[in-house]
Ligand binder design. Structure first.
Ligand code: ADE
Length: 246
């Protein structure tokens, strides 16, 4: 059968999964490394994209062209926008949008749909993760054991919601308030919607899983450094469990 592609932006986001790959092999494409093998008994190809929308797009496009995966999962960390989410918690991205795409005026940034010249289709403001993959994540969520962020923290929660993507690390409570108001967002990161757009255009099912490293506020730069490893591992642990059901 076909492989499932797994992507993460930073080393910490792919480390755990790459280290647990069985029958691991590495393939170089245009200087990028793609690792194939088996995880949870499923054939996978794993790649680190690098940070941001352009890096994510290059890696996603190449992985589709070369490996023809049956679906794509992105795993990694995010800044919380919803006050329901704390460090170590997981957000299953049901809807993905850009927070830095559209028509910028003095008053607002409004979505501006453009036509894909190759298909004639318009991209929607929100890209939707595959409903069956979301269902399987919710199944996996019931049995997965996640790491606590500190020994005294509560057990991490797993919620589903909306992710906004942009080419900025957000460390602003003013920006967070805008993401809530304008997108009803629950978390923000830097790659999800780019991967989602490519999968939408290529008609490939995708799923974006993110664990919270920070709250995208003024404390975010310090929190990100402190919590990124545990958060990245929690996301990877859930993805490994989801694979069993795909
Ligand atoms: N990934 C993790 N935290 C983030 C933040 N605050 N902004 C953008 N991407 C992030």
């Amino acid at each position: 059968g076909q492989k499932i592609a797994i992507l993460g932006a930073m080393t910490e986001e792919v480390q755990l999964l790459e280290s647990q790959l069985k029958q691991a092999k590495t393939k170089q494409i245009l200087g990028f490394e793609y690792k194939t093998g088996k995880l949870s008994g499923k054939k996978v190809v794993i790649a680190q994209t690098g940070i941001g929308k352009v890096n994510a797009s290059i890696t996603t496009t190449l992985i589709i062209k070369v490996f023809r995966p049956k679906s794509i999962i992105f795993t990694g960390v995010a800044g919380a926008v919803s006050s329901e989410l704390n460090q170590g918690d997981i957000l299953i991205g049901k809807k993905l949008s850009y927070h830095d795409y559209g028509r910028l005026t003095n008053d607002s940034l409004k979505f501006y749909p453009t036509r894909n010249p190759h298909t004639g289709n318009f991209n929607p403001q929100f890209f939707l993760s595959d409903s069956l993959m979301i269902l399987m994540s919710e199944k996996a969520a019931k049995e997965v054991v996640l790491q606590k962020i500190t020994p005294n923290s509560p057990t991490p929660r797993i919620l589903a919601g909306t992710i906004v993507t942009g080419d900025t690390f957000v460390a602003s409570s003013i920006a967070v308030a805008g993401f809530k108001r304008n997108y009803q967002a629950d978390a923000t990161e830097m790659e999800g919607a780019a991967v989602a757009q490519i999968c939408f255009q290529q008609k490939l099912p995708f799923l974006i899983i993110r664990s919270i490293s920070d709250k995208a506020n003024e404390a975010a730069p310090a929190d990100f450094q402190t919590f990124k490893k545990t958060a990245a591992d929690n996301s990877a642990i859930l993805v490994k469990t989801i694979l069993k059901y795909l």
